[in-house]
Design a protein around this ligand. Structure first.
Ligand code: AMP
Length: 220
């Protein structure tokens, strides 16, 4: 069996993490675990979890650490992640989450943490025009010329603006990233696990850089 790959993807909202994580998951046969998507799915289902977090998500706030840690602990304990690893997207987002995750993943530690780097002013304009398929999460760029309702080319679902992609929520999420999540860059650098990858360029160009970064760990 191929070696499991355990990767954490850091990077600002709108840096392209979602798109690239799907590709990495495909390439390395590991599940793409997106905590934002897990929470949005709970909101869509109107489950108890969804009702508890909806207002927090819509405002662009962070869900509390305890809830997030138990959600991720449960998910990485599932068979696919135990066997094949994970491409973790959106978690950890605070130092407390990272410390808890170090503890949870002690037996099967993370191989690599990638910081997908795109500057704040650039992600701001990307996020304002981002539209997302409600069903398969494919991202699109709005030009204003789309039909309404907008149908996803990939799955036929409806393409919408995420409830937290409003200017206020975007700015708030980016502030939170700088304050709460960017300290993780030095946290993982100190653990010798960090690779910084330039997130500018076409999806293919960025993916080629990511593959090189991951190949580095596979050859360790
Ligand atoms: P994302 O899709 O990663 O941008 O996440 C969307 C939203 O889900 C965030 O703005 C937070 O409200 C929430 N969220 C996702 N992951 C986490 C996390 N690790 N810690 C706290 N909140 C999170």
């Amino acid at each position: 069996m191929a070696h499991a790959v355990r990767i954490i993807m850091l990077g600002r909202q709108g840096a392209g993490k979602g798109t690239q994580c799907v590709r990495l998951a495909d390439e390395f046969g590991a599940p793409h675990i997106s905590t934002g998507e897990m929470l949005r799915a709970a909101v869509r289902k109107d489950s108890a979890l969804g009702r508890a977090v909806k207002a927090v998500l819509d405002k662009g706030e962070l869900v509390n650490d305890e809830l997030m840690i138990s959600l991720v602990q449960g998910r990485i304990g599932e068979e696919d992640a135990r066997m094949s690893g994970y491409i973790l997207d959106g978690f950890p987002r605070t130092v407390a989450q990272a410390q808890a995750f170090d503890h949870i993943s002690e037996v099967r530690p993370t191989d690599l943490v990638i910081d997908l780097e795109v500057k704040r002013d650039l992600v701001l304009s990307r996020l304002s025009s981002r539209r997302t398929c409600e069903q398969c999460q494919a991202n699109y760029v709005a030009t204003g010329a789309e039909s309404s309702p907008w149908t996803c080319e990939k799955c036929g679902g409806t393409v919408v603006q995420r409830a937290d992609d409003t200017p206020e929520a975007i700015n708030h999420r980016l502030d939170l990233y700088d304050a709460m999540t960017s300290p993780l860059i030095s946290y993982y650098k100190d653990q010798n696990k960090l690779a910084v990858v330039d997130g500018l360029g076409t999806p293919d160009e960025v993916f080629a850089r990511l593959r090189t970064a991951v190949a580095g760990i596979k050859n360790r």
